[in-house]
Design a protein around this ligand. Sequence first.
Ligand SMILES: Nc1ncnc2c1ncn2[C@@H]1O[C@H](COP(=O)(O)OP(=O)(O)OP(=O)(O)O)[C@@H](O)[C@H]1O
Ligand SMILES: [Mg+2]
Length: 233
Amino acid sequence: MEYNYHIMRQMDMNFIHELGHLIHYINVDLYHIHDKLKSVDENEELLSILKSTIHNAEEMNKMFRVYREMLIPRTDKKEIFSINEIVNDVLDVLRAKIQREKIRINFEKSNPNLKVFGNPGKLLNVFLNLILNSLESVRIAKNKINEINISVLDFNKSIKITITDNGIGISKENIDKIFDITYSTKHTPGSGFGLAVAKFVVEDHFSGKINVSSEVNKSTTVTIIIPKSNEKN
Ligand SMILES: Nc1ncnc2c1ncn2[C@@H]1O[C@H](COP(=O)(O)OP(=O)(O)OP(=O)(O)O)[C@@H](O)[C@H]1O
Ligand SMILES: [Mg+2]
């Protein structure tokens, strides 16, 4: 439906995000190769080819950053929408990955009349990152059954969304760091933005709250509470 537009945009953004990681990786690897080669070999010709490759890769990185600024949409159109539909859209985007990795998803939907007000694309981005985090966590945990439970519940004047996985969990020492943009246990350069962006979107854009609780090697639960929209409109 109308959300297809958001999915398309989200897929573009994922592509841009991934491409950014890859370009950064190439740059870092080239520097490593250059340093290693310099210490073991004085092959001037090879070093000079490598220097020019590094120069080109840096240029590519700069160009990419400029284009990314131009490509990432800045629209912030707000509307009344259903959280159920947004979660379904995210699950649709991730369907192939979920099937491939044999993840059991239980989705407890809310009453369809429960709606929130804001930019649906932003919330879609939040759920996409949260579910990707859960998928990664259960993938590493390698339980017999990998499970992600999602529920959307009526919660007084708000809507409460929980996402629970039976993945590796987060230790007490690290749980306070997870919203920090510099904190990531993933090895892809540029990682660590997901939860920082989620917190910003939930709190600033939707006037809501986000909380994470976890037990190592057992489970992680992300809870989001967002005020309901005023029914009118
Ligand atoms: N469901 C989860 N289970 C276990 N650890 C998690 C979970 N969600 C987040 N984390 C931990 O919090 C860190 C930060 O998560 P965040 O989404 O902000 O960044 P990221 O996933 O590392 O990178 P990206 O910017 O691609 O999202 C992760 O690297 C991981 O260590
Ligand atoms: Mg993440």
